[in-house]
Design a protein around this ligand. Structure first.
Ligand code: SF4
Ligand code: SF4
Ligand code: FES
Length: 236
């Protein structure tokens, strides 16, 4: 194992730079199992404090450090250095506007998320205690509730690159399916009505980049197919 890790990182400060550039760094490979986020933190704290990236939990939970790592979207905090070809090339998530360096503007992504009303909707009176589910009903949410809205899938989806103004993208559709499948939710009809649209849902062409990009091992394509099937079944 080499003692130094080589990285090339996308740099762009719109207040100073006319065009983006790639900057090289070398970071000591301090311990076995070191993650990519630790290398970025090392640069930030010891080499170049101007390098800008998002991170918070460091555990694959908050979804804030999604980036393009050697051409593949992923989370820096759970990506081991050992498995990466060097120099490790880091770019911001594709197809989102760059605010600075590895930080992208997620405004539109989260606007689309708000559109699907990602919360429990009910009209029946609240029970005295919690709204119960059977174990089987709860199991329906497996593979969906784990989504952390990191955007790695959506920004790897060609349909979203081309029609992101109207196509909801895999992350938001997986989240929509999470609420459609929730036995406690009473707005299933409205949720399906909202998605029955040539662009919002049906712009998914099953290219499956989303599934390959998800650092949590989720399958947005399956969720999208479930929504399509549910729409078909309610018509027949
Ligand atoms: S399967 Fe659909 S949502 Fe996933 S990357 Fe392909 S077009 Fe996008
Ligand atoms: S489905 Fe996976 S890649 Fe997409 S936002 Fe959720 S956790 Fe991230
Ligand atoms: S820092 Fe929270 S998911 Fe990586």
């Amino acid at each position: 194992m080499s003692n130094m890790i080589k990285l090339e990182i996308y740099r762009y400060d719109p207040e100073k730079d006319d065009v983006p550039s790639m900057q090289s760094y070398e970071v000591p490979h301090e311990q076995k199992g070191m993650k990519l986020l630790e290398a970025l933190n090392y640069i930030k704290w010891h080499i170049d404090g101007t390098l800008t990236f998002r991170r918070s939990c460091g555990e694959g939970v908050c979804g804030s450090d999604g980036m393009n790592i050697n051409g593949v979207n992923g989370l820096a905090c759970i990506t081991p250095i050992a498995g990466l070809k060097q120099p490790i090339r880091l770019r911001p998530l594709p197809s989102m506007e760059v605010i600075r360096d590895l930080v992208v503007d997620t405004t539109h992504f989260f606007d689309q998320y708000r559109q699907i009303k990602p919360w429990l909707q009910t009209t029946s009176p609240a029970p005295e205690h919690e709204r119960l589910q059977t174990p089987d009903e709860r199991a329906e949410l497996d593979g969906l509730y784990e989504c952390i809205m990191c955007g790695c899938c959506t920004t790897s989806c060609p349909s979203w690159w081309w029609n992101g103004d109207r196509f909801m993208g895999p992350a938001v559709l997986l989240q929509a399916d999470r609420w459609i499948k929730d036995s406690r939710d009473e707005a299933t009809g409205e949720r399906l009505d909202q998605l029955e649209d040539a662009f919002k849902l049906y712009r998914c062409h099953q290219i499956m980049n989303c599934m390959e990009a998800c650092p949590k091992g989720l399958n947005p394509t399956a969720a999208i197919n479930h929504i399509k099937r549910t729409l078909l079944n309610r018509k027949s």
